[in-house]
Write a protein that binds this ligand. Structure first.
Ligand code: PMP
Length: 358
């Protein structure tokens, strides 16, 4: 078997520990005599998996009891609709930090007043705009942000002020990479396929007092439907939820919690940024104080050389380093599951490529 280091932005690599556990349990999960894929979602075996995953996540992220944990479907993209459908009454403030807030803005505008409180569009989203309460529209119900911008490699290091309004945040590409104070948010959501597990599960952590009875909405698009049914209103993505549970177990029992995960992530990212900053060939366009620990874009400044880099990296077993089509260049996504050896291998390759192409 030839294992590669996969720098994909998502679906992304998973820890070998998680994949091996899944393989061991593939034919007989927890003595049930069947695979998790074959289990009824109404069975006690599956309910134990679901509730076990929720309990682990509650401990890992220190989620208070007044927050509900939901496993939904439809990706981050369905949240761009469900959020305004459920919560937008007078209006929403959105801070535009790139493609994933632009898409959220587009959906919000279908449901009501959407005020763009700030934007870094004029600088191709290479920084996080800093706002004050004066930038917010006084009438809006909530402020919406994307905390880590997967495409551009920017990350909020401090949450924006939000003047007593609710705060809703897309953590798709940074969830579980470091401890967060859940009480500072009213809702967090994340597609699983970057830092949690396989595609097909969307994690929602939502303050219970946000969830209203909304019989006017399509049943599947009301958060209350899913909260009342413990994410079992309809058949959930059972296998994906099981994989998320294995990831939570790995983070808790193998890594030793999110403080440790943060240290590892900081060490990996620092190595890569330090090398890029010291190199004569590569540069990272992001404002230093806003750099992401998870997604590291870089360019050589020459499109042909970028393409050569991506091709030769692949031949060297370093795959999916091509930047997003809207920004070009390269991007290394170094989520929780990317081992430090993978980052070392990438830096070694970058050095060699720089020597050969200087
Ligand atoms: N938000 C962020 C920050 C993302 O990176 C992505 C996907 N790359 C999405 C939302 C959209 O997620 P999905 O494809 O699961 O709808």
């Amino acid at each position: 078997m030839s294992k590669v280091y996969n720098f994909s932005a998502g679906p992304a690599c998973l820890p070998e520990w998680v994949l091996k556990r899944a393989a061991e349990e593939m034919l007989d999960a927890n003595g049930s005599g069947m695979s998790v894929m074959e289990m009824s979602h109404r069975s006690s075996d599956f309910e134990n998996i679901l509730n076990g995953a929720k309990d682990r996540l509650r401990r890992l992220m220190n989620i208070p009891e007044d927050y509900e944990i939901l496993f939904l479907q439809g990706g981050g993209s369905l949240q761009f609709d469900m959020i305004p459908m459920n919560f937008l009454k007078n209006g929403a403030d959105v801070i535009n930090t790139g493609q994933w807030t632009k898409k959220a803005i587009k959906e919000h505008e279908k449901f009501g007043k959407t005020h763009i409180a700030a934007s870094s569009a004029e600088d191709n989203f290479t920084y996080i705009p800093k706002i004050t309460n004066e930038d917010l529209d006084p009438d809006t119900d909530y402020v919406y942000i994307c905390e880590n911008n997967t495409i551009y490699g920017t990350k909020y290091k401090e949450l924006p002020p939000h003047d007593g309004k609710r705060l809703i945040a897309d953590l798709s590409s940074c969830i579980l990479s470091e401890p967060v104070d859940v009480t500072k948010y009213d809702m967090i959501f994340a597609g699983a396929q970057k830092n949690i597990g396989p595609a097909g599960v969307t994690l929602v952590i939502i303050k219970k007092d946000m969830i209203e009875d909304r019989p006017d909405l399509p049943t599947m698009l009301s958060y209350k439907t899913h909260a009342d049914a413990n994410s079992l209103y309809n058949t959930p993505p059972c296998y994906g939820i099981y994989m998320c549970g294995l990831m939570f177990e790995y983070l808790e029992d193998v890594i030793g919690g999110l403080e440790n995960m943060q240290k590892i992530n900081e060490r990996k990212a620092k190595k890569l940024y330090d090398y890029i900053d010291s190199s004569k060939l590569y540069s990272n366009p992001v404002a230093v104080e806003d750099r992401s620990l998870m997604n590291v874009p870089f360019v050589t400044g020459n499109k042909e050389l970028d393409a050569k880099f991506v091709k030769e990296a692949k031949e060297a077993g370093l795959v999916n380093v091509k930047g997003h089509r809207t920004v070009g260049g390269m991007r290394a996504s170094i989520y929780n599951s990317m081992p430090e050896e993978g980052v070392d291998a990438l830096i070694d390759f970058m050095k060699k490529f720089e020597e050969e192409n200087a």
